[in-house]
Design a protein. Structure first.
Length: 525
């Protein structure tokens, strides 16, 4: 009864406000946009409820029984789900969003995304004000974008790719860059401790910069499998950084990579639970695929450049030892058959072929073939190296957020991982509808209100009066990721309507061309 009265008063208040100040005898619609006949999943994790959603400008102004109220545009949801727009907390789409042909973000909208968090893995520019200006130029972008400041970029700006600790003066300079980025609206610090130059940083350096960020730290951990540091130690490092810096910690695209590490998700989740029990705020994010993607160089040489590779191959003994390392790293990732070429100068014309296939065609060993590809210019790869049991266990955790780790590319451009076009649709189609690994309520909460709270995306991630009108209308029976490993450029289906900041970007499965996204900025005291 209280809830019903609250909704009635909310509607009345909205109508009174809109009526005030209008000339006598003239009335305006109560709503610019009114969504009726929907099953609302409000992002909280609660079951759906029947309600209509009234929008004025870029905000939701009422949620309740609103059918029949005057509105400029009425959308009949026809018993489909109405949910907050999805938030991708680990996205590589910002580069694509600056390209004229990709600015409207169609592949993102097609899977229900209305907000992406960019500059993950310690990357991105250090001048976030300039990056924001580029995103806002030329008519803007189709989805909202939140920016992180990358530890690796900060380190490279100050000491290059040197494998050493920063001096006191250099650390002071790195802190200053982080402080400026936060003042410019960054939502936190990201790191890529698996990659050069981030891997050269001691934990204490990262703690110092995370403390400077003062809010949130998200990390591509040092080791997702068993290269040297180990996945358990690497997740524990995120916990330590979060605890000592006094910030929220996020394990990016959490996984147990490679057959040697399968089953380790039980230990990883237990360790995070133990940390949370003692008051450390730790989370993870995850994409719903059994294959990962990175560069061939990072996977097999941990980022050594061509000069170092050529030197290692120059002598008989050093060559033998180097090829042994490459052979072992290929095994760690599931073998040469599991590593498929995506794009890059070194593999032009070989996209979609596995390292095993290329080696066989050349009559060489996989390790020698890998070295040749690296020296020819390198490549990005897709490698199949995760177990269903680990994927399921990580996804079921209440602190695991949805993500893609995907980019935004031109159709037909290479063979990227299909996650860029399909991650959020696949999560609903495969893990909710087909396999029942998680409930629809869990899936929506961990793609909406949870990331909004973790990243402090104010007034997003909810269907409620006062929230920004980022919304999706979808039919769970028809949601499907069409992007596949052989054909990764196909867009998802089933998300019939997408509203970004109160404007319709997708109407009954068709794109409107509207670019209503904004560059979000976190306010700091």
């Amino acid at each position: 009864m209280v809830r019903s009265l609250s909704r009635v008063f909310s509607v009345l208040a909205v109508l009174l406000v809109f009526a005030a100040g209008q000339p006598a005898g003239q009335t305006l619609p109560a709503f610019d946009l009114l969504i009726v006949n929907g099953r609302v999943l409000d992002g909280s994790g609660n079951p759906w409820f029947r309600a209509d959603v009234g929008i004025r400008g870029d905000r939701i102004v009422a949620v309740g029984r609103l059918a029949g109220q005057p509105a400029a545009t009425v959308i009949d949801a026809r018993d489909r789900f109405v949910a907050p727009g999805f938030i991708d907390v680990h996205s590589h789409a910002l580069g694509g969003l600056t390209r004229p042909s990709l600015r409207d973000g169609r592949a993102l909208l097609a899977q229900g995304l209305t907000t992406v968090v960019g500059n993950p893995d310690g990357g991105g520019p250090t001048d976030l004000r300039a990056q924001a200006a580029e995103l806002e130029a030329d008519g803007g972008i189709g989805v909202n974008a939140a920016l992180l400041i990358g530890h690796g970029s900060v380190r490279r700006a100050v000491i290059g790719s040197a494998d050493r600790d920063p001096t006191a003066a250099e650390l002071h300079q790195m802190k200053a860059i982080v402080r400026q980025a936060m003042a410019d609206g960054a939502f936190g610090l990201s790191s890529g401790l698996f990659y050069v130059p981030g891997r050269y940083a001691e934990t204490e350096e990262v703690i110092a910069l995370a403390r400077e960020a003062g809010h949130l730290y998200t990390s591509h951990i040092r080791d997702e499998g068993n290269y040297d540091f180990g996945v358990v130690n690497s997740v524990n490092e995120v916990i330590r950084i979060a605890e000592e810096a006094g910030v929220r910690g996020i394990v990016s695209h959490m996984k147990a990579l490679g057959p040697d590490s399968w089953g380790q998700s039980a230990t990883l989740t237990a360790n995070i639970e133990a940390a949370r029990a003692r008051g450390v705020e730790v989370y993870s994010d995850q994409y719903p695929y059994e294959a990962s993607s990175t560069s061939l160089g990072a996977a097999l040489t941990l980022g050594q450049g061509n000069d170092a590779i050529a030197e290692a191959m120059s002598g008989d003994e050093s060559r033998r030892l180097f090829l042994e390392v490459i052979r072992e790293n290929i095994r760690r990732r599931g073998g040469a058959a599991s590593m498929v070429m995506a794009s890059g100068r070194g593999v032009r014309g070989l996209e979609g072929q596995s390292l095993e296939q290329i080696a066989a065609a050349r009559g060489l060993t996989p390790e020698q073939t890998a070295v040749d590809l690296l020296l020819a210019g390198g490549a990005s790869i897709v490698s199949f190296n995760m177990s269903d049991q680990d994927i399921d266990r990580i996804m079921q955790q209440p602190w695991t957020m949805a993500s893609s780790d995907g980019g935004l590319s031109e159709p037909g451009e290479g063979r990227p991982h299909p996650r860029g076009n399909g991650a959020f649709a696949r999560r609903l189609a495969r893990f909710v509808r087909e396999r029942g690994v998680i409930s629809i309520e869990h899936a929506i909460r961990t793609a909406t209100s949870l990331p909004a709270r973790v990243f402090d995306l104010a007034d997003r991630g909810d269907v409620r009066a006062g929230a920004f009108a980022d919304l999706v209308i979808f039919d769970l029976d028809r949601v499907q990721d069409r992007a596949t490993y052989p054909d990764p450029h196909q867009m998802s289906v089933g998300f019939d309507w997408v509203v970004v900041n109160g404007r319709v970007a997708r109407r009954e499965g068709e794109f409107t061309g509207v670019r209503a996204g904004a560059v979000l900025r976190r306010a700091y005291e």
